[in-house]
Ligand binder design. Structure first.
Ligand code: ZN
Ligand code: ZN
Length: 252
């Protein structure tokens, strides 16, 4: 039915969006005005999608020419693992790299400029998570494409499954759903977990992990979502000036 694995990715993408849209309407965590920034949100959605496609296709095209495959022959045993283990391992490695990338974005001014646009959202729902600057998307897409394709050499269909999981996480962490996942919360992050990361008040610079809560616990940046009130303000703590917007969108 699908000649190109990218078709599957697109199907998974829109299927997941439909799921979160329905879920948020059934069990919203907070009152959200979805129309407040719709023009900006649509623009960012298009940009994030475009950046993802451009970087993935560029890396796919450049890898066979430039990649020092011989340097990674030590990983040949790993590549022989069954697909589910390989996909999980790729997710863990990417997640670890993005945890540190994310911390660095909050630590260093030059990198904060690539990330502040993402923190300008003052209400979170599945669509608002796409508000990322051009440079932010580029920085994140490099490990997201390189690790599965180069390090683990996932097949297109395996990489497509990894991509769908990545989209699921992106929608999940920013979604406005009221959900309790029980003991699983010690393993994977929840929408409330990531909402704390977007707080405009203390505690700030916490809960950086994109998927696995383990990194925050290991490296001392964990805040228990149950210790926070249901409502707290989100965003940068000040309105974004219209003049600053183009630079924030570019991430410079
Ligand atoms: Zn952040
Ligand atoms: Zn976020």
């Amino acid at each position: 039915m699908f000649d190109d694995p990218h078709d599957l990715e697109i199907l998974a993408f829109f299927g997941l969006i439909a799921l979160f849209e329905a879920w948020e309407r059934a069990r919203p965590a907070r009152a959200v005005d979805r129309r407040a920034h719709w023009r900006l949100d649509v623009l960012c959605f298009g940009l994030a999608l475009l950046m993802n496609r451009v970087s993935t296709h560029s890396i796919e095209a450049l890898l066979p020419v430039f990649a020092p495959y011989a340097a990674l022959e030590v990983l040949s045993d790993v590549r022989a693992w069954p697909a589910p283990f390989k996909i999980l391992a790729a997710l863990v490695v990417v997640d670890f790299l993005l945890y540190w990338m994310h911390r660095a974005q909050h630590r260093f001014d030059v990198l904060w400029r690539t990330h502040s646009f993402h923190h300008s959202v003052d209400q979170l729902w599945w669509f608002s998570g796409f508000r990322t600057s051009f440079l932010h998307s580029l920085l994140y897409n490099v490990p997201q494409a390189l690790v599965p394709l180069f390090v683990f050499r996932l097949s297109p269909i395996e990489a497509g499954i990894g991509f769908a999981i990545g989209v699921l996480v992106q929608l999940w962490e920013h979604s406005n759903v009221d959900v309790d996942i029980g003991p699983l919360r010690h393993v994977v992050i929840t929408p409330k977990y990531h909402r704390i990361h977007h707080a405009a008040v203390e505690p700030q610079n916490k809960n950086f992990a994109p998927i696995f809560a383990l990194w925050d616990k290991l490296f001392g940046t964990w805040i228990d979502p149950r210790s926070m009130p249901r409502d707290f303000p989100l965003g940068l703590g000040q309105p974004v000036r219209a003049k600053a917007l183009p630079r924030m969108i570019a991430g410079v």
